[in-house]
Design a binder for this molecule. Structure first.
Ligand code: C5P
Length: 218
C-alpha cells in the first residue's frame, strides 16, 4: 500500500481485449495487449488509489496491488464495471469488441457443410453507459479512442457522443507500431481542447495521465 494524493480514492480501470465466443472453443478478439491499461492501473496505485482492474484476456499480466476482476466478453465486462461502482474516476482503456456473435454455437461447430455464416449483435457500450449515469456517475470518466485516420476529429466527436469527460486519442495505424508496442503517442481531449503529448513509453503516458487524474479527484 502506497500513500499518495489518491489515498482514499477508488479508481476503476478497464483493460485488455474482450473475447466473443463463436462456439465453446472459438472466439473473436482484437490485437489489444492490455499494456496501456495495465500501466495506468499501476500508476494510479502508485499515487495511493484503490484500483479495481476489470480486464479481458490480456497478453500482459495484471499489476500487483490492485483488485483484478477477470472477464471475457463485453457483457461480462459491463456487469463487472457496474458491480465495482461507485468510483471517484473510471478509465476505460479496454478494447471492447463492438459486436458479439448472435448465433454462437453451444457445441463445437463442424466443418463440411461449406462456409459459415455468423450473425453479429452490437455489444453494450460500457463507457457510454457509465458516462450517462445520473446519481453514482464517477466524477471523472475517461475513454480511449484508438483511431487509424482523422484522429483528432474522430476523437473529439467521440468525446461528445460517449458523454465522457476526457478522451485519450491515439493513432493505431499499423505503421505506428503502437498496438502491441511499448510506446504510445496520445492526444488528450477535454472540454477545454486538445493537447498533443509527445511520443513516449506507455508507462510514461500512464504516469502523466494518472498525475492529471489526481489533479481532478485528489
Ligand atoms: O467506440 P470506440 O470503441 O472507438 O470507443 C472506445 C472507447 O469506448 C474506449 O474507452 C473503450 O474502452 C470504450 N468502449 C466501451 N464499450 C464498448 C466499446 C468501447 O467501454 N462496447
Amino acid at each position: 500500500f502506497t500513500a499518495g494524493p489518491l489515498t482514499g480514492r477508488h479508481v476503476l480501470v478497464t483493460s485488455g481485449p474482450t473475447h466473443e465466443p463463436i462456439d465453446p472453443v472459438r472466439y473473436i478478439a482484437n490485437r489489444s495487449s492490455g499494456a496501456q491499461g495495465t500501466a495506468l492501473a499501476a500508476a494510479l496505485r502508485d499515487l495511493g488509489a484503490r484500483v479495481t482492474f476489470v480486464t479481458g484476456p490480456a497478453s500482459v499480466p495484471p499489476p500487483s496491488g490492485v483488485t483484478v476482476v477477470p472477464v471475457e466478453t463485453a457483457r461480462e465486462m459491463l456487469s463487472a464495471v457496474e458491480a465495482a461502482l461507485p468510483a471517484d474516476a473510471a478509465i476505460f482503456a479496454a478494447a471492447v469488441a463492438d459486436w458479439r456473435v448472435a448465433n454462437a454455437g453451444s457445441s463445437k461447430m463442424k466443418k463440411g457443410g461449406g462456409g459459415l455464416q455468423l450473425d453479429f449483435a452490437e455489444n453494450p457500450d460500457i463507457l457510454a453507459t457509465v458516462s450517462a449515469m445520473g446519481a453514482g456517475r464517477p466524477a471523472l470518466v475517461v475513454g480511449f479512442a484508438a483511431e487509424t485516420d482523422d484522429v483528432l476529429a474522430h476523437a473529439t466527436a467521440k468525446r461528445l457522443r460517449k458523454g465522457c469527460d476526457w478522451i485519450v486519442a491515439n493513432d493505431v495505424s499499423p505503421a505506428t507500431g503502437i498496438m502491441g508496442g511499448r510506446e504510445n503517442a496520445v492526444t488528450l481531449i477535454t472540454a477545454e481542447g486538445a493537447e498533443d503529448w509527445p511520443r513516449m513509453s506507455k508507462q510514461a503516458v500512464a504516469e502523466k495521465l494518472a498525475a492529471r487524474i489526481a489533479t481532478v479527484i485528489a
